[in-house]
Design a binder for this molecule. Structure first.
Ligand code: FAD
Ligand code: SF4
Ligand code: SF4
Ligand code: SF4
Length: 397
């Protein structure tokens, strides 16, 4: 009896490996009431071959060890850095792969702004994948498409959350010399349903469709990342994690997938080539250089392949070797431990299903009057060009 679709929700990260491997094509990924996808088996078609359970990366955790080294990097191009969430290391690796004739898989938006996987084959399209989207991404047919490219001998770079990379590797079932994997340090993913509710809220409030969106605008600097929405009617919305509904839900640990609170991929040794994450404490890691507040990527190198690539990125990025234990202690806590759920996590999506988004936030993670005032002050101070001074005096982020 195959139980893959009766799995405890904590034991399914939604990587889609089971649905892709099934020889009878009888597993569909169906969303639950929170808006997260889970496998559903068509019992009439299932032949009990057991493949789906055999390859599930949660049921078969990676126990390997590698000689991990740590680096911190910043892209040399201002435009790339402005569009990247941290230091633009992803773009440098993507550029390397495309220059070698390869293809890069990553996460962008579709025409309705759903957060989806896509692949790119030219350098002028790297911007489509640049920047973190703090939502669980739709993998679609990406695992299968990546396998086809690999089998045809094409160089493939696949980036994603650790569970998505583990799902890809489980599905592939063997090592490919022509595969480069990049995973992100990740504390959780909110559901696509929450994201849709957030988009609809803004579209209705501004009476306009959305032209562009950025979860981590650096208008106020890297250390004060802000959600930015550019509407087609010319309006612009900016909101920090203090007041923005999406960022506040994400950072308060109230909206992540159940598997994220007991994540099976919290180890320093990863089954990927690169692990990338935010380096907030650059000045402590590299004291001889002043933090320019434009963003730095911490990079863990797990394989010789990754080290060899990093050595060839000197035209794109400035990078420095740093102490592995120190970067994990200062910036990489989420490398090793899962997020602790917010006290109202259980009721969050139940409330969202029957009330408006603002009402849901008000009832679960209310925005304080102080936070509203600080946010307004920040905007005014910025307009008068005094944001850097205010940040230094009052630590306004
Ligand atoms: C859901 C999520 C949670 C994260 N949590 C943390 C954290 O707790 N601590 C931390 O230090 N860093 C976290 N990060 C990573 C961080 O935000 C940066 O992405 C990272 O520092 C790399 O930045 P970069 O400037 O080098 O590249 P960027 O250009 O910013 O990175 C883009 C890369 O992220 C991928 N990506 C974007 N959105 C998604 C998505 N929804 N799912 C899968 N892949 C995606 C793209 O495909 C691309 O490979 C998280 C990222 C995501 C997507
Ligand atoms: S973790 Fe992946 S392989 Fe395992 S049940 Fe969930 S979707 Fe399927
Ligand atoms: S047991 Fe085999 S046929 Fe049945 S769902 Fe799993 S992979 Fe598909
Ligand atoms: S926290 Fe773990 S389970 Fe959740 S998205 Fe990240 S890697 Fe996947």
């Amino acid at each position: 009896m195959i139980l893959i679709d009766e799995t405890n929700k904590i034991e399914c990260c939604g990587c889609t490996a089971c649905a892709n491997i099934c020889p009878k094509n009888c597993i569909n990924m169906i969303d639950d009431f929170e808006g997260f996808l889970y496998p559903k088996v068509d019992i009439d078609k299932c032949v009990n071959c057991g493949l789906c359970e055999k390859i599930c990366p949660i049921k078969n955790k990676f126990n390997g060890r590698n000689e991990t080294e740590a680096y911190v990097a910043q892209h040399k191009q201002k435009k790339v850095l402005d569009e990247s969430s941290s230091g633009g290391a992803f773009s440098a690796i993507a550029n390397y792969v495309i220059n070698k004739g390869g293809v890069v898989f990553g996460v962008g938006y579709d025409e309705s702004l759903n957060v989806v996987y896509k692949y790119i084959e030219s350098i002028d399209r790297i911007n489509l994948l640049r920047g973190s989207k703090y939502v669980q991404s739709y993998l679609g047919k990406s695992l299968n498409e990546a396998k086809c490219f690999l089998e045809n001998g094409r160089l493939v770079c696949f980036s994603g959350t650790p569970c998505q990379i583990a799902g890809l590797k489980a599905y592939l079932g063997k090592d490919y010399n022509n595969l480069i994997t990049i995973d992100l340090v990740c504390h959780g993913v909110p559901s696509p349903k929450l994201w849709r509710r957030y988009l609809d809220y803004h579209i209705s409030k501004s009476h306009s469709s959305i032209n562009e969106i950025n979860f981590r605008m650096k208008t106020y600097g890297y250390h004060s990342g802000t959600m930015g929405i550019m509407f087609t009617n010319g309006k612009v919305y900016r909101g920090s994690a203090r007041v923005d509904y999406m960022l506040k839900s994400f950072f308060s640990e109230i909206s992540s997938r159940p598997s994220c609170y007991d994540c099976a991929f919290k180890t320093v040794s990863h089954n990927s080539d690169f692990t990338i994450f935010d380096c907030w404490n650059f000045s402590k890691m590299v004291p001889k250089i002043k933090d320019n507040d434009r963003g730095y990527t911490a990079i863990l190198i797990h394989t010789k392949k990754a080290k060899n690539i990093l050595n060839q990125l000197t035209n794109e990025i400035e990078y420095y070797k740093i102490d592995l234990n120190e970067v994990i202690k200062l910036d990489g806590k989420m490398v090793k431990r899962s997020a602790v759920p917010h006290a109202s996590r259980k009721s969050f999506y139940e409330i969202l299903n029957c009330k408006s988004l603002p009402k849901t936030i008000e009832e679960t993670i209310p925005i304080s009057a102080t936070d509203k005032i600080i946010e307004k002050l920040k905007v005014s101070i910025y307009k008068f060009g005094m944001i850097k001074i205010a940040q230094k005096i009052k630590n306004i982020k």
